[in-house]
Every structure is written in structure tokens, then in C-alpha cells.
Design a protein around this ligand. Structure first.
Ligand code: 5GP
Ligand code: ZN
Length: 112
């Protein structure tokens, strides 16, 4: 499968890894939109959050168990934001589900 994030997870494309466990990989966004901008992804290919099912949701639980650890390691003691874009209207540009972890500054109040 020709998937950018699958290649990053496999180490075929270099990335700034910040966290890894059995189910989860996290790395710095190449075009950061905040002082801390990490992408948290399942190692298994799931196209978007719209593809989450009872069969693959263990990866989602693992992602959300990893996020507080990553946030703490990044020093985000005053809060942060998690965003996942889905499909065309959500402006999802990479079709491997990813959660943006944004922080390190007071983020804009508007989300859309
Ligand atoms: P989306 O727009 O799909 O929600 O987010 C995709 C994110 O992936 C963007 O924030 C973009 O900067 C990031 N991105 C795209 N290509 C690469 C890459 O090759 N390496 C890294 N680290 N991030 C990437
Ligand atoms: Zn993939």
C-alpha cells in the first residue's frame, strides 16, 4: 500500500519520533502549527477516524493512553488540543488516521 505514514512507521521515511509502543507511533509534524505539534498514529493502517470499528478500536484506546504520556514528556502542563481531520470536508491530507497533538502556547479559540 502506498501510504506515507505506513512508510514513516516502517522507518522507510525518516521522522522525528517522540513515542512508540506496540500499537502506536508518534512523531513531529513536518510543518508545525504550534510550538509542540506531534502526530499520533496507529501502527496498523486505519484510513481515518470514520473507519473505527469494534475490531480495530484497541489501537484508538492505545493512542489515547499514549497521549497524556507524550504531552507530559513535551512539558504541556497547561493543556493542549487533539484534532483529527476526516475526509474532504475535514481537510484530511494523509489518509492514515492521525491525531494532531498541539500545544505549547494558548491556542486559538476557534476550531472551524
Ligand atoms: P492532515 O492535513 O491530514 O490532518 O494532516 C497531515 C499532517 O501531516 C500535516 O500537518 C502535515 O504537515 C504532516 N505531514 C505531511 N507529510 C509529512 C511528512 O513526510 N513527515 C511528517 N513528519 N509530517 C508530514
Ligand atoms: Zn498507512
Amino acid at each position: 500500500m502506498d501510504c506515507l505514514f505506513c512508510k514513516i512507521i516502517a522507518g522507510e521515511i525518516p521522522s522525528g519520533k517522540v513515542y512508540e509502543d506496540e500499537l502506536v507511533y508518534a512523531f513531529r509534524d513536518i510543518n508545525p502549527q504550534a510550538p509542540v505539534h506531534v502526530l499520533v498514529v496507529p501502527k496498523a493502517h486505519i484510513a481515518s477516524a470514520d473507519e473505527i470499528t469494534a475490531d480495530n478500536s484497541a489501537a484508538v484506546a492505545a493512542i489515547f493512553a499514549a497521549i497524556p504520556k507524550i504531552a507530559a514528556a513535551e512539558g504541556l502542563t497547561n493543556g493542549y488540543r487533539i484534532i483529527t481531520n476526516i475526509g474532504e470536508d475535514g481537510c484530511q491530507s494523509v489518509r492514515h488516521m492521525h491525531f494532531h497533538l498541539l500545544g505549547g502556547k494558548k491556542l486559538p479559540e476557534s476550531m472551524a
